[in-house]
Ligand binder design. Structure first.
Ligand SMILES: Nc1ncnc2c1ncn2[C@@H]1O[C@H](COP(=O)(O)OP(=O)(O)O)[C@@H](O)[C@H]1O
Ligand SMILES: [Mg+2]
Length: 477
């Protein structure tokens, strides 16, 4: 599993590791270069001095004096001293063993062939060779050669062989020390990386764990909001989304249960009526007629509810608007005409105040439904002999409908709920008047689809006024 966590750890490690290796390499490089350079200068200078001191004696025949000098110098310089003549034949050797032999050391040979006047290198020829060369066990030796000059130029070469083990050891010690430091840094870095990756990934895992739970159907789970920055935002946004989903889910469930309940009531009523008719064959025909009227009424109710539900679900499913230029003046007059018989039945009067030549870019059938539902309510919730007024006007560039009545009104506390699905102020009365509680929620949604707003002002016992405002921006066509 290539989780973020491991990626962070790996990245951290690579960064620390690479930068350390680079730093360690250059540090040991600097240190060993410095130590080597010091030693080289030192040894070369010593060899040069020796060559100068030894030259006059080398030319004379006083070999014992030169032997004494070499012994003394070998003691103070700390190493083996060898002098050769121009032919490479070893004339003096503080270890004696090579006297008379031909010199094999490259540094000295380079002096004798005239390639250089001084030469210096460190060698690692193996312990045994070193032991025979300087009489001490070591891995590293330094060979420093310098030409020896007489009156007439070069007369031979001076070679100084010494033990450089301790210098090489210091270089190694620096390396070991650096490796130790690295180990400590690596452990600290690892701890940091672990902590950091946990800080980073914990909120993410929390969100994903919560999402999994939510996916299984538990919409009440939330992510703990901690810390700051993007991760906090992630958790907060996630929770907002979850809350919205949950409330959507609740609304939907409530809608389904409300709808079922609404459908059940007329069905139950019809069943009772039907059963009484079935089990009382000798029922007087007027009563039977009455029952059948009631059943017919219930069927109308059912049809009304189902029609409303269909309208709502179609809108919920994102039904397309059939937009066009709608003559609002005409539409308003038509709707009033349509509802006049119902108002006349209640001996209510409808007064209209419709501005001429009003147009709106919208869905004609939806606009008509809006006004129909509002007027239907005004008629239903206004007692006999009531007054209903409908107006269509242009106000501040908007198309405005006002539907006013002097009916029963709506209590203050119910006003904010009447646009909810199935909400009725007086349940019993609503059923009796044939209402489903869906009318205003349909109106509200249709108004919203036209980018409009709907407001209500009402005083119980005095009447209500619904105001629908449509912006006219969409009317350009
Ligand atoms: N003009 C009005 N006067 C008084 N109450 C109203 C009016 N319009 C709506 N209401 C209240 O708002 C509720 C919701 O209205 P609506 O959604 O159209 O449902 P319905 O008309 O089916 O009862 C109604 O039940 C009623 O209580
Ligand atoms: Mg209604």
């Amino acid at each position: 599993m290539a989780s973020i966590r491991w990626k962070i750890l790996l990245a951290f490690f690579l960064i620390v590791g690479i930068s350390f290796i680079v730093a360690a390499k250059s540090m040991t490089g600097i240190v060993s270069d410095y130590l080597y350079e010091q030693r080289r200068r030192d040894d070369t200078l010593k060899t040069e001095k020796l060559a100068q001191k030894a030259a006059p004696l080398f030319q004379s025949v006083s070999s014992s004096e030169l032997n004494d000098l070499l012994e003394e110098e070998a003691e103070t310089m700390g190493g083996r001293l060898i002098l050769t003549d121009n032919d490479g034949k070893i004339q003096y050797d503080t270890f004696q063993s090579l006297c008379g032999q031909r010199i094999q050391v490259d540094e000295a040979i380079r002096i004798l062939t005239g390639e250089a006047t001084e030469d210096y290198s460190i060698h690692n020829p193996g312990r045994e060779v070193v032991e025979t060369m300087i009489g001490e066990p070591a891995d590293y030796i330094a060979c420093s050669a310098h030409e020896m000059n007489g009156y007439k130029g070069r007369i031979g070469a001076a070679l100084f062989v010494s033990n450089v083990q301790s210098m090489m050891d210091s270089v190694n010690r620096v390396q070991v020390q650096l490796i130790r430091v690295f180990a400590v840094i690596a452990v600290v870095a690892l701890a940091f990386a672990l902590l950091l990756s946990r800080l980073l990934t914990n909120p993410i895992t929390a969100v994903s764990r919560t999402m999994r739970k939510m996916g299984k159907g538990d919409l009440s789970v939330r992510v703990p909001v901690r810390g700051s920055g993007e991760l906090r935002e992630l958790a907060e946004n996630y929770n907002t989304m979850a809350a919205q989903l949950e409330s959507l889910d609740k609304t939907r469930n409530q809608f389904v249960s409300n709808a079922s309940h609404e459908l059940k009531t007329p069905l139950a009523t019809m069943k009772i009526l039907l059963e009484s008719m079935l089990y009382q064959p000798d029922m007087p025909s007027e009563v039977r007629e009455d029952f059948m009227q009631d059943m017919n009424h219930e069927i109308d109710r059912l049809t009304g509810i189902v029609t409303d539900l269909l309208v709502l679900t179609r809108m919920d499913n994102g039904e397309e608007m059939k937009r066009g230029i709608v003559n609002m003046t005409e539409l308003t007059r038509e709707t009033i005409h349509q509802l006049t018989p119902a108002a006349e039945k209640n001996r209510q009067t409808i007064t209209e105040e419709v501005q001429e030549e009003m147009f709106l870019y919208g869905d004609r059938s939806k606009l008509s439904q809006i006004l129909y539902n509002l007027m239907d309510n005004a008629i239903k919730y206004t007692p006999e002999d009531g007054q209903i007024s409908v107006s269509l006007r242009e106000e501040d560039g908007n198309v405005v409908w006002r539907v006013r009545d002097n009916g029963i009104g709506i209590p203050e506390e119910d006003q904010e709920h009447i646009f909810e699905r199935f909400y009725r102020v007086d349940k019993a009365r609503g059923r009796e008047t044939g209402g489903t509680g869906l009318g205003l929620s349909i109106v509200k949604q249709m108004v919203r689809m036209h980018d409009g707003t709907i407001t209500v002002r009402s005083t119980p016992g005095k009447g209500s006024e619904f105001v629908v405002t449509f912006p006219q921006e969409g009317e350009e066509a």
